[in-house]
Design a protein around this ligand. Sequence first.
Ligand SMILES: Nc1ncnc2c1ncn2[C@@H]1O[C@H](COP(=O)(O)OP(=O)(O)OP(=O)(O)O)[C@@H](O)[C@H]1O
Ligand SMILES: [Mg+2]
Length: 311
Amino acid sequence: MSGLAIQARGLTRLFGNKTAVQDVSFDVAWGQVFALLGPNGAGKTTTMRMLCTLLRPTAGTAEVGGFDVTTQPINVREQLGLLPENPGLYESLSAERNLRFYGEIYGVPPSKLQGRIEEILKTLEIYDRRGDKIAKFSKGMRQKIAIARALVHEPRILFLDEPTASLDPEASKVVRDFILQLKARGGTILLNTHNLYEAQRLSDRVGIMNTRLVAFGSPHDLADRMWSRSTEVTLKTPDARFVTAIEALGFVKGVRREDGRLIVSMDDPDNDNPRLAEALVRAGAEVVSMKEREHSLEDIYLKLIRGDEAK
Ligand SMILES: Nc1ncnc2c1ncn2[C@@H]1O[C@H](COP(=O)(O)OP(=O)(O)OP(=O)(O)O)[C@@H](O)[C@H]1O
Ligand SMILES: [Mg+2]
């Protein structure tokens, strides 16, 4: 046993002669939220299905909750909750009946089940509709019930395949806040998403995949590995001579002008920013602001997937 919540090693899956997932390895520690990002067809759902034992890897192995997905699938399943890409619910049953049905299948003690269902439905702000049949529900309402279903048995590890894909902004926020609440209680979550804001906000680690895992780490670490650090300087009146003045400084690796600001790349801004400011003032510039340039997950994603030379 690895002591990790999820440990994937060389996971590979072929469909016919098409490789959907190739040699994917990553770790997720207990209590972490891990987001898998990547374009349509990148293999995110296939990876998740292998981890949930719904699909056998063609090669490679994975442990989920300390159990092997190929040789101990029942032990793996006992620990997980899954929101699949296309969740099916019983249309003619009410939301509450659907949840009770799954809760019973998963062996939730009857004394706990009702309270558990009520709590989840209230948190997801759909409690008022608990008695309505699923057939009467909108797509977003169904999604909330499918999320509730994935959680009704209090799984140790939760797999969410695009949890907010069909939700309106308000409902998305309800679901995101809910995920943060689960995380605060120590929940371990693997999330597939196309929403980079969501990934940045919710996850400790991200994996960017395109059949292979192209990058893995915290958004901050990925940015550090991909770009040198830089300081963004806003001057009252930008002028080419200020660029010349700072280019001459030994610690400056490069200067670009962008929307009237100067982007100054250097290895150690914590140490060198004061000297940068001094040089600018000496050259006659009026410095309005200086701050460290932050790279968003979107910058990282686009650079890796499209090769954009962003910022
Ligand atoms: N059951 C299947 N049979 C054949 N090919 C499949 C099957 N499931 C997935 N694939 C193929 O595997 C590749 C990866 O698909 P997958 O659904 O894992 O991508 P994804 O990253 O989840 O994409 P999306 O963002 O669109 O959900 C695609 O080329 C897809 O056509
Ligand atoms: Mg998918």
